[in-house]
Design a binder for this molecule. Sequence first.
Ligand code: C2E
Ligand code: MG
Ligand code: MG
Length: 562
Amino acid sequence: MDEKKEKTSMRQFKKIIDALSPCMDDYLYVYDLLNDMYYISPSAVERFMLPSSCFSDVNNTLKAMVYPDDWKLLSNDLSKLFNDPDFNFHNLQYRWMDRNHNPVWISCKGRVIRNEEKIPIALIGCVDEIGTKQRADNISGLLGEAFLREHLETMSETDDGGFLLRFGIDNFKEINENRGFDYGDMILRKTSECINACIKDGQKLYKLSADEFLVLDYSGRHVSEAQNIYNDVVNRINKFIEDNHYEVFFTVSAGIFDLAETSSHDYYELMKLSEFALNEAKNRGKNQFYVYNQKDYDDFKRKKRLVRIMRQSINNGFEGFCTYFQPIIDIKSGRLAHAEALLRFRTEETGLLSPSEFIPLLEESGLIIPIGKWVLTQAIYACGYMQKYLPDFHVSVNLSYIQVLKSNVLSEIVNLMQESGLKKGSIVVELTESGFMETDRNVISFCEGLKQNGIPLALDDFGTGYSNFNYLYNLTPNIIKIDRSFTIKALKNNYEYNLLQYMSDMTHSIDSKFCIEGIETAEELERISRINPDYIQGYYFGRPMPLEEFERSFIQKKAISE
Ligand code: C2E
Ligand code: MG
Ligand code: MG
């Protein structure tokens, strides 16, 4: 082929690609190896990090858009094309980066065109997104996400957008695991039938991923109509379950998004919002619907943001976290006996956050595991430091059930204690009282492990939740701590006051110590002291504070006054 002919045939390829690409989902391409030019279906530019549909400097341009981990794979294959005269077919599965910088799996196939001297002239082929969702679902007989996307994106501003009603089958994974895929498929089919029977003109049902369905209302109906559809679907499903004498049982949740909430027709944005709504319905207990609410979504985003910030902080050497210490006084001697280590988090971006906000987020994200270990090291350091002044000083550390159930926290405590050289029993573990203590095998063996290793256990927030006295005889915690909310009730009402007296007696009957939290005034102290507690913790004696301040308040000042 002479040069002129080659240029002509390249132009023809481009024309063919332009003509065919609107008819297909895949992307056609031609790589002109002699002129280092690449031409791909224009639709690929909307999807991937490509500068334009026609570009030069092919090697570097591809390198910039291929997922970095996969570049070596591609560049090896391309070098074969030049170096191996028998290499005639490029066939590779790897990842390109989409416009949002996310990796997308593609399958790239191409025929190598060589001249008579076997010099490669061009690579011509097709790129297929192998990770894309199925366009239609054979089980439910419904169209899939690709069609929903087209529908949403072609709805114009002037269309009377109604709502998105996104259904999810509750616990579908377990249903599949326990009853098998055929059973799961039957439930999918039935759900699809029930939803289909409840929708009207101007509404269309699509199948989303695994166990989800979405009704798009494009006729401007009010969201209350979406709630009616949900209720009708649930009635139909229940009728089906009843007719089958409860041989089959399942429930569905739904998230409802009013299209009037946004002017965006962006498919990914709408999917994100409807997914949030469905997740809320599930998080609130399943078998219910939830209507999208901007405030809830803002809270959700704030939580996600806080988790991101805290994760960064942890990776930056726990920057922004600090451990405060609150004094616990031995009521008989009136002396400082313990401190409780309490976590704080403050950054410029977030200000000072309350543990009641950030501890649950650390737990949900699993970050409580590294942070909990860090608090433990801080507590051990503080305890050793304070024992220079008070040899019997103890520090209590709060442990989360996540640490107990999902990490090896017992051996961590044992190892850290050994390394520190602290006396056995100097660090007290506080666990919030809950039904877990009696029933969960792992929690029970954790508590036994504490005992075997001489680590005292304090039962925190006693009286707020579970409060089953019976198992205390088996568990015999070293300390039982009463939460401030209960203390306040006891200070106001005789019934709770008498109950507190009873708890104190019972604690002493099992040879445990009784600690009352939340004492703020001298009058409260006077009244509560009559109950005969062993320890008092409260603002009256001191708020949680940094170690240096703790030392100043309880050691240095005292030394001066003595
Ligand atoms: P908690 O373990 O029951 O800690 C006692 C809480 O009562 C502390 O709140 C303390 O500041 C507060 N408090 C003590 N005396 C008084 C008082 O006289 N008046 C008032 N109004 N409050 C008083 P804080 O520090 O906000 O911690 C709240 C909860 O967060 C803790 O309750 C504990 O469950 C959790 N937490 C704190 N630090 C950690 C930690 O390092 N790990 C884990 N897993 N949880 C922690
Ligand atoms: Mg505590
Ligand atoms: Mg407490």
